[in-house]
Design a protein around this ligand. Sequence first.
Ligand code: PLP
Length: 429
Amino acid sequence: MSISEELFERACRVIPGGVNSPVRAFRRLERAPFFVAKAAGAHLTDEDGKQYIDYVGTWGPAILGHAPECVISAVQAAVPQGLGYGIPTRIEVDMAETVCRWIPSIEKVRMTNSGTEATMSAVRLARGYTGRKYIIKFAGCYHGHVDSLLVAAGSGALTHGEPDSAGVPAEFANLTIVLPYNDCEAVRRAFAQHPGEIAGIIVEPFPGNAGFYLPRPGYLEFLREITAQHGALLIFDEVMTGFRISAAGVQGKTGIVPDITTLGKIIGGGLPVGAFGGRREIMDCVSPLGPVYQAGTLSGNPVAMAAGLAQLNYLEQNDSYTRLEQLGARLEEGVCRVLRDEQLPLTFIRDGSMFCLHFTTQPVYDLDTAMSGNFDMFRRYFHAMLEQGVYVAPSPYETGFISTAHTEADIDATVEAMQRALRHTCPKV
Ligand SMILES: *Cc1c(COP(=O)(O)O)cnc(C)c1O
């Protein structure tokens, strides 16, 4: 038995499913997860000493790779000053100014400890600001494990075949209107059916939690217009895409300006941080200025702020988005060549450093088409990749992430591994 398997046995006795977040359990993959001992750059080393090129990147935060020098030294400098005080600190102001400067739609921002807290607070704020009760979300979009948003959610809930959670009363979920992504007519109908009652739309502008796919041309513009027309707020959940698709996330790339933005993952530099922000008059509804209550004992923690700010500063000062695009384009070129060579016309979608190989030959643009993939084919591919030392997400409904620590050699080795994996495990289609 490997050390990882032994650890997993111990874990399963004292932790539900042996993990602290469900996707880590590899349940549908019929093997124990590997346990990581350490990581540096683009590489993970497990407890048994096996090395992997990593495309999960902590599920998004590790945009500079693992343990980047700039983040480690910022944390080391912050720690001796104290681990947190629950009193304002200078670095919280530096962080807020940085976020507002990078993302112009954010005039004021509040820190949280996770993406889930950010989306929960953003939805409360949208309801408090508008005085309305309904929220529109899209099937397959994941906004953390907030009760009212855990309806037709993607990511782990999808992988385990339980799109909805027990413990969420129908009365909560009833205030969430779930619609298919990329379908304008469905949104028009919802606004017609609930006049003056829809507080806002929350959307992953580039969805990355049911695999990765993109909005059709004009779709995000449409969401912007219809919300403005009806006095509802547009919430961009950029927990995954913020500081990733561009310095200012999807809104920076597309020019669509949301009312509220939620952030997480990259903003913490690997430590637990989330944030929500938006127009001044909306954010001024948050306590202590306004009536929408929101708080957090550890929010704005100085060590976490130091890690996040160091990561953001590094990204800005090193032309990182050009580099990520180069690496992404190289991977895309390689994957498309392999798919042609192997006569496997599978759907590959990439934007910048986010990518997904869908095990379907159909175009993917919403949850249903993302679910049309062949899971058995994915499972064989995943095992063949892991065997060759390449760690892709342990689910077909997740996004791959490239970091600035990946090298051309890593990308080329990955493409070669992919060719062998697909050749030996996938029937011609
Ligand atoms: C990861 C994620 C969340 C939840 O963030 P946590 O830090 O895991 O709570 C919310 N929204 C999106 C789009 C995410 O990808």
